[in-house]
Design a protein around this ligand. Sequence first.
Ligand SMILES: Cc1cc2nc3c(=O)[nH]c(=O)nc-3n(C[C@H](O)[C@H](O)[C@H](O)COP(=O)(O)O)c2cc1C
Length: 226
Amino acid sequence: MKILVLNGSPKKKSDTFKLTNAFLKGLKQHGEHTINIINVIDKNIAPCRGCFGCWEKADGHCVISDDQNEILDLYRMADLIIWSFPLYCYGMPSHLKAVLDRTIPLIKMTMRQEADGSVCHEPMVDFSKIHTLVICGCGFPEWDGNFDSLRKMCRLCFGKHNIVCVPEAPLLNEAEAASVANSLLKNFEKAGEEYAATMTLSKETIERLETPMISKEEYIKGVNRE
Ligand SMILES: Cc1cc2nc3c(=O)[nH]c(=O)nc-3n(C[C@H](O)[C@H](O)[C@H](O)COP(=O)(O)O)c2cc1C
């Protein structure tokens, strides 16, 4: 597989990327893969100007000449795109959102209505051949609603692909939490193997990956140093 990993954490020691790395380790156990990891924070990617120059040119590239066009080339060739990032204000970090906004050169201005009444743009590339996986870590313990807006946005932007939302992610870089963190990392590795074999993750696997490492009460006490 050709795999493009968009790492949206601005940190050198990303909590979320530990999970993604474990997943990649599992993936590599089945088949030959070319893996391109882009640390988005190190790239020069301007915000979208909203000029729709890409739709006038219609060559699948953006009119701004910065690092985004290289990402678009990898994007359209990928079999699997992994978006790995921390939850920021219930969404994705702004530098990664700029990458997402600037994927519009891959769609056309023309619109179509779907059977369910929703409306979308005609694609320029065959998105049905590109698998997407979202791995998002966050700093809160699990509570209803924390990931709602992100999940909704991912569904609308990426369609019915796998989204894995992990609470309490800072525990992954906490020495005291090593035993619970390591078992989660093992589960991510197994999930990578499952993905390589089936190109998806079962509901049960996603539930396992999203299960909090410790209880909400214990986590809050730890954060508050009580
Ligand atoms: C600007 C900013 C906004 C954040 N917003 C949220 C949030 O909405 N919900 C949440 O649970 N955690 C939030 N966090 C916490 C991060 O998601 C958390 O620290 C995560 O583990 C960082 O992952 P990383 O090490 O991969 O970058 C925020 C952190 C920052 C710096």
